[in-house]
Design a protein around this ligand. Structure first.
Ligand SMILES: [Zn+2]
Length: 373
């Protein structure tokens, strides 16, 4: 049944608690009027998410899977069509905005969702993929930090979360991308709470990291791919951040990453470099990308979007569109590969994923032995 716009509007009004007529109109229209070439404050992103969900009930649903330290919702949009008879759906994960100041990342998650919502009906391949896959997209994980980065010029380059200082310190926040349970605290981190790469008290000590680990962890057996979006540097990073360990499917991770970089270059001619973090950036530990691979998700990548240092985290708004266009091409390239590998060639056996899990566990254990000594 197709509902008249005024009925949808009434539901929206009831759900959002009797806003002013002005917000009513904004909320109702924002799927189409939302400007994807601007950076948006968190309240607009929340409102947009609600609107996308309400306008596309066959494709989009939302899940609140955690609360930030300051008790704000961590919300994702799930994109997926009804599954085909007799097939289990697989999962693709994408998140943006784990580092507060990297505003191009949330802008990309919004762009990615918009592209899929607007194109799947006229794109048979995409439609087929959405029947086989559920794509979970979190536009902003570090909501508290993102809001803080919008507060004023002096907080614009805030990176971490906003959890309070440990005893004896006056410095807020943890680097959430050093807080995951992946060789935590071993390399490329600081235990000084004032440092920008402070890894927190323990693995998963932060509610934001814990929420992702809990939510993704319970669907690991059906998750094919984990994409986490950052800036800047124009890199496609693959596991691992620790220089002494290597993913069992390293060669395939490289070739799939390079195929994505090639697609990205076709769009606006920009070069994206592919490799592990120690190879092309710096060693690190406790990243969500490494955690995803260690628990057995076969394909895990970090995108570092534009640019290569000219503007860095202050990327001008006129670069949002070209950056998102090339990143979309890269993401679709990877998602298509993992989809086709699973569904068009007899399927990626679950046993393969299970074997990887066992292997990864052994590596994790032996590494912690090395570090302990
Ligand atoms: Zn980052």
């Amino acid at each position: 049944m197709k509902m008249a716009p005024w009925i949808l509007g009434l539901f929206w009004l009831i759900n959002t608690g009797l806003e002013t007529p002005h917000s009513f109109v904004d909320g109702l229209e924002s799927t189409w009027t939302h400007d994807y070439t601007k950076y948006h404050p968190m309240e607009e992103i929340y409102r947009w998410m609600k609107d996308v969900e309400q306008k596309n009930p066959n494709l989009v649903s939302s899940v609140v899977y955690g609360l930030t330290y300051e008790k704000r919702n961590i919300t994702l949009l799930k994109l997926g069509l009804q599954k085909q008879e007799g097939r289990e759906k697989k999962v693709i994960w994408m998140d943006c905005g784990i580092h507060a100041r990297e505003w191009i990342a949330p802008a990309f998650c919004q762009w990615f969702i918009k592209e899929i919502v607007h194109s799947y009906k006229n794109n048979k391949k995409l439609e087929q993929m959405l029947q086989n896959l559920d794509i979970y997209v979190t536009p902003v994980i570090n909501v508290d930090g993102y809001i803080f980065s919008w507060a004023n010029d002096s907080t614009r380059l805030w990176r971490k979360s906003r959890s309070p200082p440990p005893p004896g310190s006056s410095c807020y926040g943890v680097d959430l991308n050093r807080n995951f349970n992946a060789n935590w605290g071993t390399v490329g981190v600081s235990f000084d709470s004032c440092a920008n790469n402070y890894c927190g008290k323990t693995p998963g000590s932060e509610p934001e990291a814990k929420a992702v680990m809990g939510f993704v962890g319970q669907m690991v057996n059906k998750t094919l791919c984990y994409l986490t979006i950052h800036s800047a540097g124009q890199l496609i990073l693959l596991p691992y951040g620790h220089p002494e360990i290597s993913a069992p499917n390293y060669n395939e991770l490289v070739s799939v990453g390079e195929a994505a970089a090639k697609e990205m270059k076709k769009v606006h001619g920009m070069n994206y470099t592919v490799g592990t973090s120690p190879q092309i950036l710096y060693p690190n530990s406790g990243s969500s990308r490494d955690w995803a691979r260690l628990i057995g998700i076969p394909f895990s990548y970090t995108f570092e979007l534009r640019d290569k240092g000219e503007f860095s985290h202050l990327l001008p708004e006129e670069q949002i569109q070209p950056t998102c266009e090339e990143a979309y091409a890269g993401a679709v390239s990877i998602i298509t590969y993992v989809h086709d590998k699973t569904f068009n060639s007899g399927g990626l056996p679950n046993a393969a994923i299970t074997n990887v899990t066992v292997w990864s566990t052994i590596v994790a254990v032996s590494l912690s032995t090395v570090v302990a000594t």
